[in-house]
Design a binder for this molecule. Sequence first.
Ligand code: C2E
Ligand code: MG
Ligand code: MG
Ligand code: MG
Length: 283
Amino acid sequence: RAKENGRNGYQFYTEGMLDRELRRLELDKDLNKALAQDEFELHLQPQLDLTSGRVNSAEALIRWRHPDRGMIPPFEFIPLAEENGRITDIGRWVVDAACRQLAQWRNGPLSHLRIAINLSGRELDEDDLVDTIQRALSHHEVPASRLEVELTEEIFIQNIEHNRNQLMRLHELGVHLAIDDFGVGYSSLAYLRDFPVDLLKIDRSFITNVTERRDDATIARAVINLAHNLGVRVVAEGVETDAQLQFLRDNHCDLAQGYLISRPIQPLLLEQMLRDEGLLVSE
Ligand code: C2E
Ligand code: MG
Ligand code: MG
Ligand code: MG
């Protein structure tokens, strides 16, 4: 009997693993068609400027509308795309889609909005990344200052010279650079001195319990002070409660992003929301 249980237990385990592996293989295959079939969407999550009480930037987060499986979140396909190299084409699509959106807003009430796109280290490896971005900006006639790129601390660990060159070139174009998930990577602080950083995004894991845990509060405050002393602005990620927002105001954080303000939503809905709630920047 014990043996039987053991066998069932084992079987159950391998089935779970097989399911996951099969799903992965299928997604891998489908990923090759997704671009051609126009299945990706950029959703936008606004960042609230705590000084003005307005919104002048939004983060672009990619979604895959799979014909059979519905909406697939990035953690299920971005790592796959990094492995099979498809990330390069996806990245190009993201850059183009963001610039296209900025161009659409150019003459309306959202003309001041900036879009932040996420780039993985693998995308920064690509020698023609900066040219791709520059071409998309000029094709859509969008000023570089409307675009921001978010990268995680992994870029400070490998290919440092190459990465610094790429980011210096982007900086010279006028593209803003944000360090995403700040505080959870294994990188040296010296890179904040050596790289052209405009923004630090405090990782959500420090914000979740920031009003209950003294150590999280201490870390959040330290990151805000560090950034300000370096002349860098700070965004808090994953803000979900009024108490967290109040903490961030009290401690002079520059921007807040999270479900409290809005989930990532389709551009049209964002436009509507900003208009309805009077959050637009008036010139
Ligand atoms: P990230 O750049 O750190 O994005 C923040 C993630 O936190 C997003 O998940 C967002 O939906 C989620 N989030 C925002 N506010 C809250 C909140 O208040 N509470 C909670 N629990 N979560 C919140 P998402 O959209 O699933 O994206 C996950 C990651 O996938 C991103 O992390 C980013 O690293 C990557 N990613 C997304 N879009 C792209 C893309 O276009 N290109 C690349 N290379 N990576 C992308
Ligand atoms: Mg991000
Ligand atoms: Mg993040
Ligand atoms: Mg992340």
